[in-house]
Design a protein around this ligand. Structure first.
Ligand SMILES: *Cc1c(COP(=O)(O)O)cnc(C)c1O
Length: 484
């Protein structure tokens, strides 16, 4: 299995060679040369497998340059109840990625369910892929005798998921910048209470997220520094993250059906198009997905595309801060992967479209062949706004006695608008309500419960370096603390 760039001007490479990098050298994103197909016999066998075994079966189709027994060990070590079962108590408490029916399948009418992806250490679905990435990085770096210093900026979710994935991993250090005083007390406690020697939290004084992000860019643009200190990133375009996410579409499908000739619709709260891209790939592999329902918040770049054919990334000053902040994006970095398939895997066409996008422009596919081809992918979309979020959180609480977070609420709202009556609809639950207490209070007049396993987090001692917004100071700090 080799990986090619969506822009067609980079050499095809095996999995381990693209694992540690970001964009392909031609500016494109890596995808498998062809999508592996799943056989009927495999579908039968996979239906009853525990999560780690299922992950191994699926990832083996994408990774053939790690010996099978090693990949098997990595999957089993990654997907354990200790890591992924922090939220549920009682029934199914030890199941990894359980399905919770809101309305069961009944009399030929498809039900409505939540697939719980956010029971991991940071209570967001990013843990599903990031934990695997941590173990893959450690494995490949050890094999190659290399080290890596991961540099990033975070306003909350991604940074903490990366830190919990990389903590204690040999050969990896994490330098994570965050805006001082801008995250919630819970988010701060999550990140800053990590005492692992390879995790470095840097709070940027007086900064907003953008300032922290600018410092990361400034450091990464210094090619000499970047090479000398082996600076890397774990952004959402990383292929291994997408591949790891394919697994739970299979798990959710098996949980929602009884036989492999049934179809399921998935509704996905979307930002950078990473999560739903994995759904698209699961379908290309042969998983019977009836439709993929894409939900955005007020930042509706993707909804606009699926409704009108126009892809117009927003300027930063057009991007709004919402109560589902992990979906506040101006452009959808993984979207290029889907468009590559949509235009018949023609890299010249992708280059042409993104020549506009990379200049800050847009493209319009309406009336073109790819626009008509879109119907074959059965992707529909909608957007959800703050009042929808409040109403959906209240409704789920009243009707089902289930507390959902703001991102999942966007997914559920749009799922309801597009639900097909004859097949089950599975909404991907992407975070826990405990992370977004302000909005829960606004909706329900009560505080979300903190899962028992994470109670007391805010009382733990914190370890963070406070620094002026100065790239030179950050570089000096990295130089002093980078691995040998
Ligand atoms: C990252 C994130 C999303 C968006 O996922 P994409 O892969 O960027 O589309 C949605 N909800 C939560 C809670 C997230 O952390």
């Amino acid at each position: 299995m080799r990986y090619i760039s969506t822009r067609g001007l980079a050499p095809a490479l095996p999995f381990c060679d693209i694992l540690l990098g970001g964009l392909a050298p031609d500016g494109g994103l890596y995808l498998p040369e062809t999508y592996p197909r799943v056989t009927r016999a495999e579908m039968e066998e996979w239906r009853t497998l525990p999560y780690g075994e299922l992950a191994f079966r699926i990832l083996s189709k994408f990774i053939d340059d790690i010996p099978a027994e090693d990949l098997h060990a990595i999957c089993l070590k990654t997907y354990t109840p200790e890591v992924y079962c922090n939220v549920r108590e009682g029934e199914n408490a030890q199941e990894i990625v359980p399905l919770r029916w809101l309305e069961p399948n009944q009399n030929g009418r498809g039900g409505l369910a939540l697939l719980e992806l956010s029971n991991g250490p940071t209570l967001a679905f990013k843990d599903m892929a990031m934990q695997l990435l941590g173990n893959l990085f450690e494995y490949v770096l050890a094999k190659r005798g290399e080290t890596l210093n991961i540099l990033g900026a975070t306003s909350g979710d991604t940074g903490s998921a990366a830190e919990y994935a990389m903590r204690g991993k040999k050969g990896v250090r994490v330098f994570m910048l965050s805006p001082e005083g801008k995250m919630s007390a819970f988010q701060r406690a999550q990140m800053y209470s990590l005492q692992d020697a390879n995790i470095f939290n840097i709070a940027i004084r007086g900064g907003m997220f953008d300032e922290a992000q600018d410092i990361v860019k400034a450091v990464s643009n210094d090619a000499e520094f970047k090479a000398k200190y082996k600076i890397g990133a774990v952004n959402s375009i990383n292929w291994a993250r997408v591949a790891a996410q394919v697994v739970y579409y299979f798990k959710g499908y098996f949980a929602a059906t009884e036989r492999n000739d049934q179809r399921v619709a998935f509704a996905v709260p979307s930002g950078n198009f990473g999560n739903i891209c994995a759904g698209h790939i699961a379908r290309q592999m042969g998983l019977p997905i009836g439709k993929l329902i894409l939900a955005t918040n007020e930042n509706d770049v993707l909804d606009e595309f699926f409704r009108t054919g126009v892809y117009r990334p927003r300027r930063l000053d057009e991007t709004v801060v919402t109560s589902s902040p992990s979906m506040d994006i101006s452009k959808a970095s993984n979207f290029e992967r889907f468009v590559f398939d949509l235009v018949g895997r023609d890299p010249a066409m992708v280059r042409e479209l993104w020549a506009e996008v990379d200049k800050g422009g847009s493209f319009d596919l309406k009336g073109t062949e790819p626009w008509y081809a879109l119907a074959d992918y059965r992707m529909v979309s909608g957007s959800s706004r703050h009042p929808d979020r409040l109403a959906t959180i209240r409704d789920a609480w009243k009707r089902y006695n289930v507390l959902i977070d703001t991102h999942t609420a966007d997914g559920l709202k749009v799922a309801r608008d597009h639900r097909a009556v004859e097949i089950p609809t599975v909404v991907l639950e992407t975070a826990q309500a405990a992370k977004f207490a302000d909005t829960i209070r606004e909706a329900l007049n009560r505080d979300p419960d903190i899962p028992a396993k994470l109670a007391g987090l805010e009382l733990l001692p914190q370890r963070v370096q406070s620094m002026d917004p100065d790239a030179a100071a950050v570089k000096a700090y990295i130089a002093a603390n980078a691995g040998a």
